[in-house]
Design a protein around this ligand. Structure first.
Ligand code: PEP
Ligand code: MG
Length: 610
């Protein structure tokens, strides 16, 4: 990890003749090198769902189709907007194709035919689209025309747009990610956090996508799983062919397709260097995270999915500082009830064997879109701007039955080991107060039920991840038992930059003085009240930022497990007084670029030479 400037706009791919080596640049979001075979996920699910519908469902089905058409139009428009950054040659090839797609998503024969099939054949939208596309493709191929390859191309275009519609209709991962061959490099237009949660790190060598931002949840999940990854690689899906050999360099953001001998040799050398570094860092596992002047620092792990548990044990984490419970709600069509949640949390608490676990209640919303919540079981209207709408704790307070079930499950688990509860996206103290009322109600109910609970209920903490919460931290501190500073959202909301959006990734900068001042303000508010405070955003996992964060007064961090050894190494090389002096210097600066220079300069002096 590094403190590189916010990633510069990635350069365009230079599509080359098939078979030739080609390099595509993107944002490096998960370190490591992968050599493998391209597995392209931008294909339709293996089987289109087929379902007969009742006459009264026709309207709803047509509306589903209309929503999928709207989503597809948006995607095609986005691809078209990107054309400008591609070389002219690629623009010439792609522009007519995208225009053809846009046309088919207008008042086309495909859509008219699909709507007719829904109404007359009483079939679901997916089947109607596929059948109509197949009928059109067959008619095109049967046409009398000498330009056979032209006919084939047009038929393929119809099928392709039907596949896009089906993908948007099913809202499922573009392809089952379970059957990916061992050693694959997953290539996709976009990978959602829900898709990433399905990845098996033992099968996937690396990931490369056209979309995505540096601290989006997909990037976080890939880092947590230790899968080398590059996102925002514009031109990638056009340049890559399924079956191509590829190198994904999660350190530099470079993807080499069909690498030649020199590129392969460099990648192999990189792999060997990483393995050596891992072996060296593994030796730190049992050593304490203590500064040279004896200040103890707590290093905990974040956890996105239970598959990370073995990594947490290997990393020598002192517990889990942020258990994101969203994984339980993803990739399913119903909601997990109290018992199902209890089982899942109990397994994690048992695996931690007495180390503390901070469980964050559901943080739905924004990019973390979940079918079960979105589709009917607990209808949620996120509004036109989901990041500013009903997400996090706001949603839970609106749907207290969700919060009650989750509190009940966590309270039961608290009998098995030390547990804390964290509330996401708090903006006003009143929200914590209301959450505590629900919490107390659930405790009383469980006691009436005769459930064994710890004598002292688990602490209830607040995430500080909006500028409002940071600036009102002293007031929120009166209601909360501890703080966890979430710098991913804090940077997003402070700078008005979507953390998972490739187009604005160059503006996303947690080292912006505005973000640092908010971190400082919230930290000092907690320290004044002697309230525990930790930092669990992605900043915590960057060893170069350790001097600054220690200097601001923080002594507890939670990060992806694989970052712990390097952060521990940094802690063990530092003296608190030096860090405090350094932080004072940084906080006098107003230019993010200067801050980065200072941070890098200090790291090179104190961490890397030492
Ligand atoms: C954060 O916003 O910094 C955070 C830790 O929460 P999440 O990344 O899950 O939004
Ligand atoms: Mg957050």
């Amino acid at each position: 990890m590094k403190t590189d400037p916010p990633p510069a706009k990635p350069q365009a791919a230079r599509p080359q003749r098939r078979g030739k080596e080609a390099t595509v640049l993107g944002l490096a979001v998960s370190p490591g090198i992968a050599i493998g075979t391209v597995f392209d996920t931008t294909e339709a699910p293996a089987e289109t769902p087929r379902r007969a519908i009742a006459p009264e469902e026709v309207e709803a089905e047509k509306q589903r189709l209309a929503a999928a058409v709207a989503a597809s139009r948006k995607q095609v428009a986005k691809l078209k907007a990107r054309l400008a950054v591609l070389p002219e040659e690629a623009q010439e090839e792609l522009e007519p194709l995208l225009d053809a797609y846009a046309l088919m998503l207008g008042e086309s024969r495909l859509l008219r035919g699909a709507r007719k099939r829904i109404a007359e054949e009483l079939t679901c939208a997916e089947a109607a689209v596929e059948d109509e596309a197949e009928a059109i493709a067959a008619a095109i191929l049967a046409a009398k025309d000498d330009d056979k390859s032209g006919l084939k191309r047009r038929a393929a275009e119809v099928r392709e747009i039907a596949r896009r519609l089906t993908r948007n209709l099913t809202a499922r991962p573009f392809r089952s990610l379970k059957d990916i061959p061992q050693g694959s490099i997953l290539v996709a237009e976009e990978l959602t956090p829900a898709d990433a949660a399905l990845l098996d790190p033992s099968r996937i060598a690396g990931v490369a996508t056209e979309e995505g931002g540096p601290d989006g949840h997909t990037a976080i999940m890939l880092r947590a799983l230790g899968i080398p990854a590059v996102v925002a690689a514009h031109g990638l899906t056009e340049a890559a062919e399924p079956g191509d050999e590829a190198v994904v360099d999660g350190d530099s953001g470079r993807i080499v397709l069909r690498p030649g001998a020199a590129a392969l040799a460099a990648a192999r050398a990189g792999l060997a260097a990483h393995a050596k570094e891992r072996a060296r860092l593994a030796k730190l596992r049992r050593l304490p995270a203590v500064t040279t002047d004896g200040e103890e620092v707590e290093l905990q792990s974040n956890l996105e999915i239970p598959a990370e548990l073995p990594l947490i044990a290997q990393a020598g984490a002192q517990g889990i500082g942020l258990l994101r419970t969203e994984f339980l709600f993803m990739n399913r069509e119903d909601l997990p009830d109290e018992d199902a949640q209890y089982e899942a949390y109990a397994e994690i608490v048992a695996a931690l064997d007495g180390d503390p676990v901070t469980i964050r209640v559901l943080d739905w919303g924004g990019e973390k879109d979940m079918e079960a919540l979105a589709e009917g079981l607990a209808p949620v209207h996120a509004g036109p701007n989901p990041a500013l709408g009903l997400r996090g704790l706001r949603l839970l307070l609106k749907r207290p039955e969700l919060l009650e079930a989750q509190f009940a499950a966590i309270l039961r688990v608290a009998a098995l080991g030390p547990v804390r509860i964290l509330l996401p996206l708090v903006t006003v103290p009143e929200e914590v107060k209301q959450a505590r009322e629900v919490f107390d109600r659930v405790i009383r109910r469980l006691r009436r039920r005769g459930v064994a609970l710890p004598e002292k209920p688990p602490p209830l903490g607040a995430m500080i991840e909006t500028p409002g919460a940071a600036l009102a931290a002293d007031a929120i501190a009166l209601e909360a038992d501890f703080f966890s500073i979430g710098t991913n959202d804090l940077a997003m909301y402070t700078l008005a930059v979507d953390r998972s959006e490739a187009e604005v990734a160059h503006l996303y900068d947690p080292l912006h003085p505005a973000v640092l001042r908010l971190v400082q303000f919230a930290t000092e508010a907690a320290l004044r009240l002697r309230m525990p405070v930790s930092l669990c955003g992605e900043m915590a996992g960057n060893p170069r930022l350790v001097p600054l964060l220690l200097g601001l007064g923080l002594r507890s961090f939670s990060m992806n497990a694989s970052a712990i050894p390097r952060v521990k190494q940094a802690v063990r090389a530092l003296k608190i007084d030096d860090c405090a002096r350094f932080a004072r210097r940084v906080m006098e600066q107003s230019d993010p670029k200067r801050i980065r220079e200072l941070v890098d300069g200090f790291a090179e002096g104190a961490l890397e030479r030492g």
